[in-house]
Ligand binder design. Structure first.
Ligand code: SAH
Length: 363
């Protein structure tokens, strides 16, 4: 990948068309290249045999089809896979694939690090923060599909069926790039994901929530984690800026909301912090006029975390109260724990090692 070549991944169709026109490619030819990249997973122009050989050579002199460099990868005993990707500036991000019987979900990062500082989240302890480009967001999906040998894209038996923007970073603080990447992922001529199979998770960037619904239109998940502002201010500090009342109002205004398409509320179970019966009753009450499902996530500990996971009994009692109140509230089984790939644990050990070396910058 030379500095002088331009990556075609992550460009919308119009930009792609503008770049390719000087090479004599326009009209349906643009669609063909799009399909080669996003439907067939082409890694270079040689394989694009629908394009004349001379044109392909011209393209190869100017462009490339980007992937991410794999710094390392791990497979959990439960089949979960985690990749640590090295970006062109040396920063590192993680992406996780979680296979289940009826689906395969890719947990995608939207930023290097995160500015939100949620107290229970490992990513918040990472200093370096920058937005990922639309190319870097999409290339996580493309590289994972290469690794899973999951091309062509829209096969009925595809391995990667769902995308969740629940990796590192806050997607609504990187709205434009996330939007562009997701619109490309949704494009029926390419990756062809349906809107119901992509979920955007936010800690509550209230002014962007309705816009996300209108302009991206995927499922929404809210990292709620508390039922009153006192507790939420402490564990999800963005709550001080956008308190619960505002957050829930934005959820009520989320477009296409009905019972078939509920908002997921994520609730991390922290021992003696937010896991009492009274919290479960309050949770059921506060969501009663929103089509909601609740995901209870047992806290995933990481080295240095000050919280503990709620006990099994506590989590079941909590889930029971919600169930009685009419909420589907599955308890998420932590996946990939042995490779630190579970929710909120994404933060590369490599980065820490590099930082610990004197004179070596984390950037
Ligand atoms: N910034 C976005 C997306 C990233 S976090 C958001 O906040 O939604 C993805 C989910 O993992 C969030 O619900 C987050 O609260 C949860 N999470 C973070 N750390 C966790 C941990 N240690 N254990 C369990 N869940 C955690």
């Amino acid at each position: 990948m030379s500095e002088t070549l331009t990556d075609l991944v992550g460009l919308d169709r119009e930009s792609l068309a503008n770049l390719l026109e000087p090479h004599g490619l326009k009209g349906y030819r643009i669609g063909q290249i799009w399909q080669q990249i996003y439907r067939l997973g082409a890694l270079n122009f040689d394989s694009m045999t629908t394009i004349a050989k001379s044109a392909r050579q011209g393209l190869a002199e100017k462009f490339f089809v980007g992937r991410l460099e794999i710094e390392s990868s791990q497979t959990s005993k439960d089949g979960t896979r985690k990749w640590l990707f090295r970006l062109h500036d040396g920063s590192l991000v993680e992406t996780v694939f979680i296979p289940e019987t009826d689906r395969g979900t890719l947990c995608v990062s939207s930023q290097v690090g995160c500015t939100l500082n949620c107290q229970f989240c490992h990513t918040g302890t990472q200093r370096l923060v920058r937005n990922l480009s639309s190319q870097e967001i999409l290339a996580q999906i493309l590289t994972a599909k290469d690794e899973l040998e999951d091309w062509p894209a829209p096969r009925p038996d595809r391995k990667l069926t769902n995308i969740v923007l629940m990796g590192m970073g806050e997607p609504l603080y990187n709205f434009d790039n996330v939007k562009q990447a997701m619109l490309i992922a949704l494009d029926p001529e390419g990756l062809g994901f349906s809107r119901r199979r992509i979920t955007l998770s936010t800690a509550g960037v209230v002014p962007m929530i309705v816009r996300a619904g209108e302009e991206i239109g995927v499922n929404l998940a809210i990292s709620l984690h508390a039922t009153n502002d006192d507790i939420r201010d402490k564990i999800v500090p963005i709550n001080k800026k956008y308190p619960l009342t505002e957050l829930l109002n934005a959820c009520r205004a989320y477009p296409t909301l009905n019972n078939a398409r509920r908002i997921t509320f994520e609730y991390v179970m922290l021992k003696d912090v937010n896991d009492k019966d009274e919290h479960a009753y309050a949770l059921a009450d506060m969501l009663k006029d929103i089509p909601a499902k609740i995901n209870l996530i047992p806290f995933n500990p990481w080295p240095g975390a000050v919280f503990e996971r709620s006990t099994k009994d506590r989590i079941h009692r909590f889930a029971g109260i919600l169930m009685n109140a009419g909420y589907p509230s599955p308890v998420r089984t932590p996946r990939g724990e042995d490779i630190l790939a579970a929710c909120g644990q994404l933060k590369s050990a490599t980065e820490k090692v590099r930082r610990a070396r004197p004179g070596v910058s984390a950037a």
